[in-house]
Design a protein around this ligand. Sequence first.
Ligand code: PMT
Length: 311
Amino acid sequence: MTSHWEEFFASTSPPCDLEENKKLLKDFTNYHLHFRRKIVLVTSGGTTVPLEHNTVRFVDNFSAGTRGSASAEHFLEAGYAVIFMFRTKTLEPFVRHFMGQKFLDLLEINRSSDSTMVNVKSENIDNILPVLTQYKAIQERRQLLCLQFTSLPEYMWLLRAACESLSPYGPLAVMYLAAAVSDFYIPTHQMPTHKMQSDSGPPTISLQLVPKMLEPLVSLWIPNAFVVSFKLETDESLLISKARGALAKYKHKLVIANLLQTRKHRVVFVTPEDTQEVVLTEEEIQSGIEIESKIVLLLVAKHDKFIQEAV
Ligand code: PMT
């Protein structure tokens, strides 16, 4: 009997850049396996669910990509090789510090009789230099691979490909599943080909449940990795019980639970045995500390313990 997740893959076409991404994944993971480096897959941003094959409209999942992009930087700082799998146009490591118009405001044009130069304004050098230095060092060490997705099927195909490449790492691999993945979708065969017409009246859209990919991920695709899923709720009274429910069902190591309203300064690490709050104090918030620095620090300690117990 085929399971729901197998049916999902059987009924959705792979994205056209999948083979290219598989090659990038293979090269990256082979390179770092040689050094027996710890490695993490960080997923970030929300998936879209198209409503038409020729997509004009889609349903989106909330996520700016702050959690994923900031965490990726802290994993890099901790020496991990990082695969950053992110939703196109959401925040990316390093560049997230200089987004949009703010970036142009950092620069100035200097014209002289024989040349025109674009320079960083002197008062901004202290802001750019540490980020740029870190970015260049990461590039030189080939420590970061960025891969993009937009729709739910693109995310799912890429996630499975990443797991295949990471499985030789065994316990050295961390899956840090911070992306906001849709729970509902329209199966391919039920989707209209063309743009829905408003003169046909209001559409009735029937969404189906997306299979939880955590299930095959933990049990089949990458069974020896340190798998960390996230649980987002808006109702505090459900948060811990839902996280515990996920641990019981998928049998992975850790759920990081957060509420939409307070996610930037409070998360809870939930394991089958206990719960541990990670919070930012008012002073830490004022001084610009990001909660991801604390999350990753704690996670690295848990991962190291996991590796020791596995050998
Ligand atoms: O990016 P920011 O704005 O900083 O926000 C960060 C965040 C709030 C998005 C992040 O911290 C977070 O909580 N991400 C997970 C959101 C989410 O999808 O939660 P969920 O309860 O719907 O799913 C729980 C887990 O199941 C997720 O780890 C997901 O990978 C997994 N899942 C979800 C759907 C699905 N079909 N299959 C899955 O395996």
